[in-house]
Design a protein around this ligand. Structure first.
Ligand code: GTR
Length: 324
């Protein structure tokens, strides 16, 4: 009897000391009711239930664990365990992923999903693995468009001389420069105040972020340029993933896929709700008639990216071909 108790205690200690028993810490920049957050909460709930409590994860919402580039480093190093990251900041350190940040590379959001759910998505996943992240599901973040404190954007000349906040990625600095403006890379959490005080003239984002961040209160002119269509990714630290059993890995992949499906449904609904909310508050929204005028100016951005990353040429072609 005594031996049995000792053996049991040892087994319990082994489980407790393993990575599996530790609650995984998850980073999220968005508030709790946001579609990304719903997807992450679903993942955490299902993980606990379907692993019979062997694996547990928690989400820290609203960016309380820091800004996105830092969080990416922390999940890579294992100081944090999992997160949903946007392909913009991820692209700054993973060239495969950065292809999605070439302006206007995707025709529309359904084309982006078609590409990401096929073999190209697998190549991008390999790019993420190279930087220490295991992707478990591709989320939606719609299309990003410009908004400004004082005016609508009809043509590139409306951007000339204007300061626009961008996410930390050289491609966006080049993109704004091509339109004649000045890009100011800045953490998401600082943008509201920068808009309010006039440190920047404008920024760019999708409807749900424009609304939930309150940016629409400070910049009431939204012009649908849809210059970037960026996937997001539910990822986990790769070493942690590799330390799990094959069965547990399969479970994570399955739940990741389900979380992505749920998130995409929630996203579609939230886009409508956010758009209606900003319109009701007096925001003016236009469709940009001549998007080609913006698109035509982007060739140097592509050329520079290719000069810096010549080995990415075949994948760029695949991204384009997979949309036809
Ligand atoms: C949001 C995105 C965030 C963050 C943010 C930003 O649309 O979901 O991950 O990238 O934009 O502009 O910094």
């Amino acid at each position: 009897m005594k031996l049995k108790i000792v053996a049991l205690a040892a087994a319990v200690a082994a489980v407790i000391s393993s990575a599996e028993a530790r609650e995984w810490r998850g980073w999220n920049v968005h508030p709790p009711e946001y579609p990304v957050s719903t997807g992450m909460e679903y993942f955490a709930e299902q993980l606990k239930e379907r692993s019979n409590g062997e694996l547990t994860a928690k989400v820290f919402h609203s960016g309380v664990l820091g800004d996105q580039p830092d969080a990416i480093e922390q999940v890579r190093e294992g100081a944090l365990d999992w997160a949903v990251f946007n392909f913009g900041p991820l692209g700054a350190i993973a060239p495969e992923v950065n292809i999605t940040s070439l302006p206007f590379i995707f025709k529309d959001v359904p084309s982006m999903h078609k590409v990401m759910d096929g073999p190209v998505g697998e190549e991008m996943a390999d790019g993420l693995r190279k930087i220490g992240l295991e992707p478990l599901g591709y989320f939606d973040s719609g299309a990003r468009s410009f908004y400004h404190r004082e005016k609508l954007i009809h043509s590139p000349s409306d951007i000339t001389g204007q300061k626009f906040r961008v996410m930390g990625n050289e491609l966006y600095v080049d993109m704004i420069a091509q339109l004649g403006g000045n890009a100011t890379p800045m953490p998401y959490a600082d943008v509201f105040q920068a808009l309010q005080t006039g440190v920047i003239d404008g920024a760019e984002n999708n409807y749900p972020s424009y609304e939930s961040s309150g940016h629409y209160e400070a910049a009431k002119f939204y012009s649908n340029s849809q210059h970037l269509i960026l996937p997001e990714c539910l990822c986990i630290n790769k070493d942690l993933f590799d330390s799990l059993s094959a069965e547990q890995q399969a479970l994570l992949k399955e739940i990741g896929r389900e979380a992505a499906e749920l998130q995409r449904d929630e996203w579609a609904k939230r886009e409508e709700v956010s758009k209606a909310k900003v319109l009701a508050s007096g925001v003016e929204i236009i469709e940009i008639e001549d998007k080609a005028a913006f698109q035509q100016l982007m060739q140097p951005v592509y050329d520079k990216f290719l000069a810096d990353n010549p080995d990415m040429a075949p994948l760029i072609e695949k991204v384009k071909a997979a949309q036809d």
